[in-house]
Design a protein around this ligand. Structure first.
Ligand code: COA
Length: 187
């Protein structure tokens, strides 16, 4: 982990329609409602959904863990808010080694196909390239997840390679597409 507040990833991003900001510990009930009402939508693709259902107090702990990680210079997990209501979650992760960040996202079922994941990912990419030392941004999508692949494809990410690994969620093929964007190529 990285030392010091200077290494913290951005915690608040305004996009044309969305506010992306860190989940607060008193928003555990909101997160709970959002996840619970989207379990069927998320189960095929999100590895962490296997831990559902979770209690509100477990979600408080989770948000506190995210906060600590962020404070220590690690990943940032951001709620995706539309007109003050949470419609998803996204984040910047330090899982892909030095000089790079990867982006994760999900959007509530009743808000899909309105360009929200693309809008959030575009803003996260711009934000990532504003972080000192970040020269590459990645998005990872399972080959079977056509909806998710549409997001980096639409933003002009390069389909760099496919990695074979064990599937982590029920609908995954195990073939993980690594989409990359170089800082020099970003708009
Ligand atoms: C994948 C997901 C985040 C897409 O969110 P979204 O806000 O609907 O995405 P967008 O509206 O920005 O769509 C961008 C492009 O992706 C593609 N796409 C999105 N949903 C699609 C679908 N259901 N079927 C096929 N293509 C789809 C399209 O090319 C779309 O562009 P278009 O609308 O101009 O045709 C959302 O469906 C979701 O949360 N799914 C469950 C969780 C998940 O898979 N998360 C990602 C894990 S890597």
């Amino acid at each position: 982990m990285i030392d010091g507040a200077d290494d913290r990833l951005p915690e608040r991003i305004q996009t044309p329609r969305l506010l992306l900001r860190r989940w607060q510990h008193d928003e555990a009930s909101m997160l709970d409602n959002l996840v619970e009402s989207n379990v069927k939508h998320l189960r095929p693709w999100m590895p962490w959904i296997k831990f559902e259902p979770q209690t509100v107090s477990e979600r408080v702990t989770l948000i506190e863990t995210w906060t600590r990680e962020w404070e220590d210079g690690g990943d940032v997990v951001l709620g995706t808010f539309l007109d003050g209501f949470a419609i998803g979650s996204c984040g910047l992760h330090r899982r892909v080694g030095p000089g790079a960040l990867d982006i994760g996202y999900w959007i509530a079922d009743d808000h899909t196909r309105r360009g929200f994941a693309t809008e959030a990912t575009s803003a996260l990419t711009t934000t990532a390239f504003g972080v000192a030392g970040i020269e590459r941004v990645e998005v990872h999508t399972d080959e079977a997840n056509e909806a998710s692949a549409g997001v980096p494809a639409k933003l002009g990410f390069r389909r760099d390679r496919v990695i074979q690994r064990a599937p982590e969620a029920p609908a995954e093929s195990g073939r993980l597409i690594i989409w990359t964007m170089a800082k020099a190529d970003w708009r």
